[in-house]
Design a protein around this ligand. Structure first.
Ligand code: SAM
Length: 283
């Protein structure tokens, strides 16, 4: 006869429920995947031994989360387009809303497009596009050397290094040494938070790199610069896809239309119905 100890009654569900109401189930799963070095599904189909040490380690992860550290920075991993990405405090945590940009480009069925991913951060957009459009030729740029190192690691992790070239620099200046920098598509999730809004951001967001968030006084600096400079880097009829912040649609449209060389093709809403991305074509 096998005598069960008190610990043997503790399973993954015990841990998931232990801090329920304080951390969400989704976050509890992320922390447990990290703790057991497994996939989410494994939590529910495999058996794990929950001893005192495991429980203490889990409590420690939860206490880090409760002190405001995002689960993705604790685990070093974030999910985007169903792929796992390495993240550190040098990069913005990829957001589900940003998947809109990738889905729009993939849905448009470009054939072997040349794509520029400006402000690549963790490389989430560039790497996802490389996986989903294998014939695409992609250049990804960022001003942050540390972010580019992470993006390069993510490209290698997903066997996408051959399709993406990385360059460091301030917006389009990064293309100084790129060969024939003329693109069918420029995609960008730029920093777009107003400087004055920083004190009101959630604690978690304030832990993300300020350089990844700060869009200047009115949050629109990057849209103005992109509207001014992108013409040189787009093929005739080329497209610009930009993520936009809440309530920025009209101002961003005005910025581009004031140049008289662009047409607003589409506004795309996110899952909450918020206008989240803008697709602009060069006439
Ligand atoms: C909002 S994050 C987007 C990261 C990633 N593309 C994503 O969607 O999660 C903006 C990125 O722009 C980069 N950045 C900020 N200022 C820049 C500049 N002047 N030129 C190029 N990149 C810049 C930041 O380092 C950061 O990685």
């Amino acid at each position: 006869m096998i005598l069960k100890t008190a610990d043997s009654k503790k399973d993954v569900f015990y841990l998931i429920n232990k801090h329920s109401g304080v951390v969400s189930r989704a976050e509890a799963e992320i922390l447990l995947e990290f703790l057991f070095n497994c996939e989410k599904l494994d939590l529910y189909v495999k058996e794990f031994i929950i001893n005192k040490t495991i429980e203490e380690l889990y409590d420690l992860l939860v206490s880090r989360r409760l002190s405001g550290e995002p689960a993705q920075y604790i685990t070093g991993r974030a999910e985007f387009m169903g792929l796992g990405f390495i993240v550190t405090k040098d990069v913005l945590i990829p957001r589900p809303e940003t998947e809109i940009l990738v889905n729009e480009i993939v849905g448009a069925r470009f054939i072997a497009p040349k794509i520029l991913d400006l402000c690549t951060g963790s490389g989430n957009i560039a790497v996802s596009l490389a996986k989903l459009i294998p014939q695409a030729e992609i250049i990804a740029t960022d001003i942050s050397e540390n972010a580019l190192k992470i993006a390069e690691k993510n490209a290698a992790l997903h066997q996408a290094s051959a399709s993406i070239k990385f360059y460091k620099g301030n917006l389009f200046n990064a293309l100084m040494f790129a060969e024939n920098p003329k693109f069918d598509i420029i995609v960008c999730n730029p920093p777009y938070i107003k400087e004055a809004d920083f004190p009101f951001l959630q604690k978690e967001v304030r832990l993300e790199p300020r350089i990844a968030l700060n869009g200047g006084k009115d949050g629109l600096d990057f849209y103005r610069d992109t509207a001014k400079e992108s013409r040189r880097y787009l093929k005739k009829g080329g497209s610009i896809l930009l993520e936009i912040g809440f309530g920025q649609r009209e101002a961003v449209e005005d910025i581009f239309l004031s140049h008289n060389i662009f047409d607003v093709y589409r506004i795309i809403r996110d899952f909450s119905g918020i206008e989240r991305a803008i697709w602009i074509n060069l006439l």
